[in-house]
Design a protein around this ligand. Structure first.
Ligand code: PMP
Length: 391
C-alpha cells in the first residue's frame, strides 16, 4: 500500500518542530537517572513523592507477584478480580472518604469510561479548555453536547450554564490540578455554580492525589470540599507511584459505572501485585505529611528563584512548574541544552499546549534535595542567558 501520505505528514510535523521521539531511561525514576550511560538530574517525572521505587511498595508487589503471578488473566467482571482488587477499592474509598470506588487500568481509561457512560444524548458537558486529553476524548465518546469554557473563567462558565436549560443533565468537568500549568481549578466557585444551575461535578485529580491536602487526599481536601464533588477520578501513576486509576463517589454511581463504563468492562484487570503495592502506597501517603511538605517547599523555592532570574513562571503551590519559552524550536533547543548540562526536562509542545506557549515543564519529586534545586537554578540561568530567554 502507498505510504507517501504518511511520509508527507511526518515531514510537516518535523518542519513545525513538533516531531516526537522516545528517550530510553536506563534507571528507576529517581533524581539521578541514566540515558545512554549519561547521568542526568530527572526534573520531569510524575513520581512526585518518590514512591515508584520505594522499598515498601516493592516488597508488597513482590510478595503478591510470587503468590498471584504476573498477569490477572481477565477483566474484573470475568476472571480477573482478586482479593487485592477488592481490597484496593475499599482502601481507596476510605482514603477518599467516599462511599465506594472503582478501579480502572489507567487514568486515561477512567476519564474516557466515566464521561462516555454518565453523559449521553440530550445532556451537556461543560469542560475547561485546558482539561487533559483523556477528558476531551471522554467528552467526544459520550453523545452529549460538549461546551468548552475559558480556562478557570467562572464568568464564562456561568454564562454558558445559563444557556443550558434545554439539556437533560448537566456536567461540569475539570482537572483538579492542570497538568501542563500546575494551577488549581477554582473548586469552590465551580461547586457553587454547579449547585446554582443543577449540574454534576466531575473532577480528574491525577496531579492532586497524594500531593495536596493535609492527608494527600487531593484538591478537594485542599479546598475542604470532599463531599461536594459527585465523582472524583485519580490515577495511581503519579504521586502514588504505581499504575491504574480510581473513580470514587456514591455507591450508586459506582454500581452504574461497573455496569456501563466500557473501558472498565472490556479491560483486563490490573496486575494483583500492582494493586497490593498501591494499597501500601496509600497507607504511606496518608500517614506521611513530611514527604508532601518537603515537596511543596522545594516547589516554592524553585518558583521564586526562577522568577528572580527573569523566567516566565507563575505563582503556584504545586510541584508542576512550567517555564514558558515560546516557540517550539526554541523550547526544543532549551531542553537539548539542559540535557547537555545534565538536566532531563523535555520541551512540551502543541498539541499538548497552545501554539507559542511551548515550555519546559519542570516537575519535582520529594526525593529531590535542596542542593539539587540549587543545581537546577544554576543550569537554568546559564542556558536561559545563552539562548537569550533571560538577560
Ligand atoms: N489526567 C491527567 C490530568 C493526566 O495528566 C494524565 C496523565 N498524563 C491522565 C489523566 C492519564 O492518566 P494515566 O497515565 O494513568 O492514564
Amino acid at each position: 500500500m502507498n505510504t507517501k501520505w504518511v511520509e508527507d505528514e511526518l515531514k510537516v510535523i518535523k518542519e513545525k518542530g513538533l516531531y516526537r521521539q522516545l528517550k530510553t531511561i536506563e534507571t528507576p525514576p529517581e533524581p539521578r537517572i541514566k540515558i545512554r550511560g549519561k547521568e542526568l538530574l530527572l526534573l520531569s517525572s510524575n513520581n512526585y513523592l518518590g514512591l515508584a521505587s520505594d522499598d515498601r511498595l516493592i516488597q508488597s508487589a513482590t510478595e503478591v507477584l510470587q503468590s498471584f503471578g504476573v498477569g490477572s488473566g481477565g477483566a474484573r467482571l470475568t476472571t480477573g478480580n482478586t482479593i487485592w482488587h477488592d481490597q484496593l477499592e475499599k482502601r481507596v474509598a476510605t482514603f477518599k472518604k467516599a462511599e465506594s470506588a472503582l478501579l480502572f487500568s489507567s487514568g486515561y481509561l477512567a476519564n474516557v469510561g466515566v464521561l462516555s457512560s454518565v453523559a449521553g444524548e440530550g445532556d451537556v458537558i461543560l469542560s475547561d479548555e485546558l482539561n487533559h486529553a483523556s477528558i476531551v476524548d471522554g467528552c467526544r465518546l459520550s453523545k452529549a453536547k460538549t461546551i468548552i469554557y475559558h480556562h478557570k473563567s467562572m464568568n464564562d462558565l456561568e454564562e454558558k450554564l445559563r444557556m443550558t436549560s434545554v439539556f437533560k443533565k448537566k456536567f461540569i468537568v475539570t482537572d483538579g490540578v492542570f497538568s501542563m500549568d500546575g494551577d488549581l481549578a477554582p473548586l469552590p466557585e465551580i461547586v457553587a455554580l454547579a449547585r446554582k444551575y443543577n449540574a454534576y461535578v466531575i473532577m480528574d485529580d491525577a496531579h492532586g492525589t497524594g500531593v495536596l491536602g493535609e492527608h494527600g487526599r487531593g484538591t478537594a481536601e485542599h479546598f475542604n470540599l470532599e463531599h461536594e464533588i459527585d465523582l472524583v477520578i485519580g490515577t495511581f501513576s503519579k504521586a502514588v507511584g504505581t499504575e491504574g486509576a480510581y473513580v470514587a463517589g456514591k455507591e450508586v454511581w459506582i454500581q452504574y459505572l461497573r455496569n456501563k463504563a466500557r473501558s472498565f468492562i472490556f479491560q483486563t484487570a490490573m496486575a494483583p501485585s500492582i494493586a497490593a503495592a498501591t494499597i501500601t502506597s496509600i497507607d504511606i501517603i496518608e500517614q506521611n505529611q513530611q514527604l508532601r511538605q518537603h515537596l511543596l517547599r522545594l516547589g516554592k523555592m524553585l518558583r521564586k528563584q526562577l522568577k528572580l532570574l527573569g523566567f516566565r513562571v507563575d505563582d503556584g503551590i504545586t510541584p508542576i512548574i512550567p517555564v514558558i519559552i515560546g516557540e517550539a524550536k526554541l523550547a526544543v533547543e532549551f531542553a537539548k541544552e539542559l540535557e547537555e548540562q545534565g538536566i532531563f526536562a523535555p520541551a512540551i509542545r502543541p498539541p499538548t499546549v497552545p501554539i507559542g506557549q511551548c515550555r519546559i515543564r519542570i516537575s519535582l519529586m520529594a526525593s529531590h534535595t535542596e542542593e539539587q534545586i540549587g543545581e537546577v537554578i544554576e543550569v537554568f540561568q546559564r542556558v536561559g542567558q545563552s539562548l537569550g530567554v533571560i538577560q
